[in-house]
Design a protein. Sequence first.
Length: 88
Amino acid sequence: MIGLDPKFYLQHIFDGLNKTPGAIGPDEMNEYIRAFCNADAIHSTCEDFRAAAGIDLEMDEADDRTGRKIQTSPSCREEREQSASCGT
């Protein structure tokens, strides 16, 4: 299901999970779509979601209370800029 239309799946998921409108910009979404053109990436993400259904929720709530945010490293941005796009 996910691999048939990664863009639809990701937009649906992020619309439901994202608490800050606009937090995932077009460049970031395009990178997610590119990655989700790979069946191994889809499988790994599904396994991560399954495994994270417990303690991760508590940790996320604690991060939300303290205002802790994920920071993107420069190396991630550089890799994204060098990678080919898929489905965008």
